[in-house]
Structure formats: C-alpha cells, structure tokens
Write a protein that binds this ligand. Structure first.
Ligand code: NAD
Length: 436
C-alpha cells in the first residue's frame, strides 16, 4: 500500500516510520526543507526513543522516503495522512486550522485516482467537512474520501503507542474508505487490530474529549494534593487507593506542577471554544483549563517559600525543562512558567535537561544552561525537579550538598520519599505530602 504523510513532526514522522515498518511504502512530506534534508541524511530532527533506528532501517529497505514535494508523494497514494500542526490561534484560543486547510488545497490538484485523505492532526468537530468541501470545490472530479483518524500516541513512548494502541479511531462518511483504513492498520495485529469505526464528527470529538478528560484527571488530583497538604494526607496514597478501583484507573493521577505540553493546554482551550460556539459551554473543561493555568503560578510560589519567601539575589537550579521525560518538546512546558516567575521575582536560574536544552534556548532568555545535574546545582539556594527524567531518580545527595549553597530540594514530581532526602540534611518539599 502507498501512503503519503503530510507534515513530518512528532506525529507525522512517527506514523510514517511505523507504517513503513509494517511494510507499506511511505513518503513523508514537509514544507520545512531543512527538516527534510536532515531526514534524508538519517538525522532525526526530534528526540523520540527508537525513532532513529526505525527511520534508518526503513529508509535502507526502500520503504520510507522524505520529500518537500507534495504532488509526487500524493499522486498514486492510496492513503494521504494530514499530520500538520493545529496550534492555538493567537487571540482567541480556537485551533488554528490554516495549516490543515492549506494542505487540503494543495491536495486537491495532486491526488490521482481514488484516494483516502485522513486527518491525523487534532482538529475541531466539523473540520473534516470543511476539508472535503475545499477538496471538492478545488477539484470537483477528485475521487476522494475524507476520514478522521485522530492520533493518540504520547511523546516519549510514541513508537510503542503507535504499534500497540489501545484503539484506532476512524471516522468516515464514505464506506469505500473502510477497506483502505483497515488495510493500512491490518499489519498492526495478527488477529484483530483495535479499530473503532464511527462517524467523522464523532471521531473528531473523541480525540478532544479524551484529552480533556485526561487533563481533568490530572487537575483533579492536583487539587486533591492541595487538600492533602492542608489536612495532612499523602496524595500518592490517595491516588493509589483511588486507582485500584478499575472504574477509576491509576493512570494520570500523579500530582505535579500542572499539565503542559503540545496537546493538553491547546486542546482543552479549543474544546472549550467549540462548546461556547455551539451554546453548550463545557464547564468542567473551562475550570480544568483555568485551574491548571493558576497552578503553574502557585507551584512557582512554592519555590519562593522554600527559600524563605524572597527570591531576589537567589539562584535556583532547575532539573528538567521538557513537559515530560523522553522528549525534547518544550511547547507549553510548566518549566517555562516556573522559570519566568522565578526570574520576575529577581532570581537567577541554572537549568539542566537531558534533551530539551536546544529547544529551551530558543524559548527562554537569561538562563544558564548546565551540562549535568551537578553543574545545575552549583551554588544554588534550591534545586527544583520539574520533569521526572530517569537521570534524576538516583541523585547523589552528599555530592549535591557539597556544591549547593543551601541543601533545599523541591521535588515537583514526588520522585523521592521525604526520609530518603532529609536524612542527608536536606530540606525537602514535595507535592501533596507533608515532609517528616
Ligand atoms: P509538529 O509541529 O511537530 O509537526 C507539524 C509539521 O507539519 C511541521 O514539521 C511543519 O513544518 C509541517 N507542516 C506545516 N504545514 C505544512 C504543509 N502545508 N505542508 C507540509 N508540511 C507542513 O506537530 P505535531 O506535534 O506532530 O502535531 C501534529 C498534529 O498532531 C497536531 O494537530 C497535534 O495536536 C496532533 N497530535 C500531536 C501529538 C503529540 O504528542 N505531539 C499527539 C497526538 C496528536
């Protein structure tokens, strides 16, 4: 089967490489010539574990190629996946669909023979209708079926998520697309790939509803963490006790600095706007969004309190910049808000991240980027774990104590138990738990 993927970012590149690995012939297209040039030299523009070997082996096997030219990639393809970005639109928070619609206009002339055009980008309900309208208006003779195929992979475990998904949601209005989509995903499983077919609008909604629900779960446990601190509970025990109930489940019940990243913040906002547009406000989603935005500020204030209330003239060390471990993605990372607050209050910031420093440099000024954990800790008045990279899970506390100005650890991911840190003479602050 021939597949073209338009947009070769976190989603497009992983999807394209995985489809090639299933045995399909895939061309990944991107308008960013530098990205394509790098990919053609086996250089992966993002950090995603396992992606480099997957790309190079499938390129070598002749199943995966990269191009800036949409037309040759698309003509003769059975399936075209749209995987371009849908960031928040400046000013109103709606999803910016200009990239998706630009691709639809380009596709109109390029497709040749019956082609399924599936949107993998996260797009508001009704976008598939508009993509179809654009295609048909620009090329009334085009034989095309427009499908919604939202993507649920998570950065950091994207290959495994793509190859072993809980479900593959396919929303279609044209039955001819069912066979093509089934064929694309058939190699995923020896038996029955977990395909869930529905209408295009429902598929679009499933993606937003899922992300908003997970964001709400995180926000819920964050508020419970605040209550635990006030009344003397332990949020990890509470979350574990809740999660043992199958109806609730243990995932996404980790208290922390608030959700960030390239999806949840923009997707909750976009869903909220859709609800408002249709006169059905989604109050839980609205509250989730507002509570999470506020949380970044209150969490940053904890760092201030941990150093005695005044940040002026202090130096703070930050461990972890990316919004989660095993990615280099800095989009809407909580570290950005936390660092901004610390700087506004007069603190100097040293920061270390195993993969995110290059992206972070482009997004924040005035930070000293360290070469490792102990370099980040040198001379600081407090060290703050913002992202739970494995590299931060077994810190050498005696060594840290020697290099830091004061032994203060703020653990925003609850990686440690208080007694394990405090026995080294550290003041330890975590989330939703009282220190001993
Ligand atoms: P990204 O910014 O990493 O990649 C988008 C790519 O599209 C860029 O390389 C850009 O150059 C390219 N592009 C834009 N316009 C183009 C055009 N006209 N022709 C060719 N290429 C074009 O974005 P991403 O993180 O991969 O996200 C893509 C979509 O998938 C978004 O809608 C996002 O919400 C959704 N999604 C993302 C994730 C995730 O974890 N990143 C997970 C699920 C869904």
């Amino acid at each position: 089967m021939r597949i073209a993927v338009v947009g070769s970012g976190y989603v497009g590149l992983v999807s394209g490489a995985c489809f090639a690995d299933f045995g399909h012939t895939v061309t990944c297209v991107d308008q960013d010539a530098r990205k394509i040039e790098a990919l053609n030299q086996n250089q992966i523009p993002i950090y995603e574990p396992g992606l480099d070997t997957l790309v190079s082996s499938n390129r070598a096997a002749g199943r995966l190629s990269f191009s800036t030219e949409l037309k040759p990639a698309v003509s003769g393809a059975d399936l075209v996946l749209i995987a371009v970005g849908t960031p928040s639109r400046r000013g109103d928070g709606h999803a910016d669909l200009s990239y998706v619609y630009a691709v639809a206009r380009e596709l109109a002339d390029a497709i040749d023979g019956f082609t399924v055009v599936a949107t993998k980008s996260t797009v508001p309900v009704g976008t598939g209708d508009e993509v179809e309208r654009i295609l048909r208006e620009a090329n009334p003779k085009a034989e095309v079926a427009v499908v919604s195929n939202p993507e649920f992979l998570r950065e950091g475990s994207a290959i495994n998520d793509f190859k072993r998904p809980d479900r593959i949601v396919i929303g279609l209005e044209d039955e001819r697309a069912r066979e093509v989509m089934s064929e694309a995903y058939r190699p995923l499983s020896l038996n029955q790939p977990p395909l869930f077919f529905t209408t295009r609008r429902s598929a679009e909604l499933i993606k937003y509803a899922s992300n908003a629900f997970l964001a709400m779960k995180i926000t819920f446990i964050n508020e419970i963490a605040d209550l635990c601190e006030a009344v003397g509970g332990d949020v990890q025990d509470v979350a574990r006790g809740m999660g043992l109930d199958n109806r609730i489940g243990s995932k996404f019940l980790h208290a922390g600095p608030g959700f960030g990243g390239s999806c949840f913040p923009k997707d909750t906002l976009a869903l909220m706007k859709t609800g408002q547009d249709y006169g059905t406000p989604l109050r839980l989603v609205e509250t989730t969004h507002a509570v999470n935005a506020q949380r970044k500020r209150t969490i940053a204030r904890r760092v201030q309190l941990a150093v005695g209330g005044n940040l002026r003239g202090r130096t703070i060390g930050i461990l972890g910049l990316t919004f989660k471990p095993n990615t280099d993605d800095m989009r809407d990372a909580p570290a950005l808000d936390i660092i901004r607050f610390l700087q506004d209050q007069g603190a100097a910031v040293r920061a270390y991240d195993p993969e995110g420093v290059d992206s972070a440099r482009q997004m924040i000024d005035g930070v000293t980027f360290a070469t490792d954990v102990y370099d980040a800790a040198a001379g600081v008045d407090a060290l703050v774990i913002v992202t739970e990279w494995d590299a931060f899970r077994a810190l050498d506390f005696p060594r840290l104590k020697k290099v830091m100005s004061a032994p203060v650890l703020v653990d925003l991911r609850n990686i440690y138990a208080s007694r394990d840190v405090e026995r080294h003479g550290f003041a330890y602050h975590s989330v939703g738990r009282r220190s001993v």
